[in-house]
Ligand binder design. Structure first.
Ligand code: FDP
Length: 340
């Protein structure tokens, strides 16, 4: 019997235990972050369960539909948003919440306030819900600057100021990927325990990959560097093999694959969408934070993505992220174009 392997199987590193261990490295910490993260994890478990039984419970469908009891049914993304907002407020550790679902930021009432700002997309990739493709929750966490009245400036900060970022993917298994600024770790939900268990310790993205991931249907509107890069992926001129194309159209799933297998994920600007499609605060920043922490890079076409300073909470930006060498190539193509 392999006692070492057995000990490993019986010594379960849950996400709470992991975060508590991290906390002990900061003696000044009061456990607030652990409490906040537990509430995010609770939201993810709820959404995971709702996604799993979406067909069964008839959660799929248009907001405003009524069920046989005459009760209004909520779309899965609307429901997920409510769950996260309530879980985050009840943690007592948040002061500002920015959700993809809400036009305005939520300012938590003073009696329930804490020092963290959470920016999140409760259910990203929602156009994939009805066909059972993997979708996910993405989040980033900032701390308010000083002891002051919270304002939008506390969330309109560059991504490099985030304290933590992560996503939860609702796929063939439920996977929670987290960085608190000290590497990236992946946890898988064990449904029999109801706990996320560390399954992917210290994730590192391969330095170079052989997959590119982009919506090629937009190719006619791309700018020169993006078009040249994708052409090189398909018809390399340096004797290397062509890259494979994989595009799910669900950011969490595409980024998760990129993190595990390497390669590059692109959502560039194009003539129709000069700022791209993806949102800075709760898509571009958290995923860029994770990529850098895993040894990769994230670039906007102009600068390091995490240096961007958003002016509006729902601002968009082009994004190229993934393996270090692959992003380096696209940076060189943009650098070769004189700026306008
Ligand atoms: P969705 O529209 O399904 O919500 O930003 C949302 C997003 O999905 C991302 O998850 C995904 O990467 C991207 O949009 C897909 O956009 P395209 O359909 O334009 O490729």
């Amino acid at each position: 019997m392999d006692h070492a392997a057995d000990a490993h199987r019986t010594d379960l590193m849950t996400i709470t235990r992991y975060v508590l261990n991290e906390q002990s490295r900061h003696p000044e910490s009061r456990g607030d972050f652990t409490i906040l993260l537990n509430h995010i994890v609770l939201g993810c478990k709820f959404v995971c369960s709702a996604v799993n039984k979406a067909g069964l419970a008839k959660l799929i469908g248009l907001a405003g539909e009524t069920n046989v009891q005459g009760e209004e049914q909520k779309k899965l993304d609307v429901l997920s948003n409510e769950v996260f907002i309530k879980a985050l407020i009840s943690s007592g550790r948040t002061c500002i919440l920015v959700s993809e679902e809400d036009e305005e930021a939520t300012f938590v009432e003073p009696s329930k306030r804490g020092r963290y700002c959470v920016v999140f997309d409760p259910l990203d990739g929602s156009s994939n819900i009805d066909c059972g493709v993997s979708i996910g929750t993405i989040f980033g966490i900032y701390a308010i600057k000083d002891d002051h009245e919270p304002s939008l400036d506390d969330v309109l900060q560059p991504g490099k100021n985030m304290l933590a970022a992560g996503y939860c993917m609702y796929g063939s298994s439920c996977t929670f990927v987290l960085s608190t600024g000290n590497g990236v770790n992946g946890f898988t939900l064990d449904p029999s325990l109801g706990e996320f268990i560390l399954t992917h310790a210290d994730m590192k993205i391969p330095k170079k990959g052989n997959i590119y991931s982009v919506n090629e249907g937009n190719a006619k509107n791309w700018d020169g560097p993006t078009a040249r890069y994708v052409e090189k992926c398909k018809f390399p001129t340096d004797g290397s093999s062509s890259k494979s194309l994989r595009y799910i159209g669900s950011m969490v799933a595409d980024v998760h694959r990129t993190l595990l297998y390497g390669g590059i994920f692109l959502y560039p600007a194009d003539k129709k969408s000069p700022n791209g499609k993806l949102r800075v605060l709760y898509e571009v920043f958290p995923m860029s934070f994770l990529m850098e922490q895993a040894g990769g890079q994230a670039f906007t076409g102009k600068q390091r993505a995490l240096d961007l300073v958003p002016k509006k909470i729902h601002e968009r930006s082009p994004i190229f992220l993934g393996s270090y060498d692959d992003v380096e190539e696209i940076k060189a193509l943009y650098a070769a174009v004189p700026s306008t």
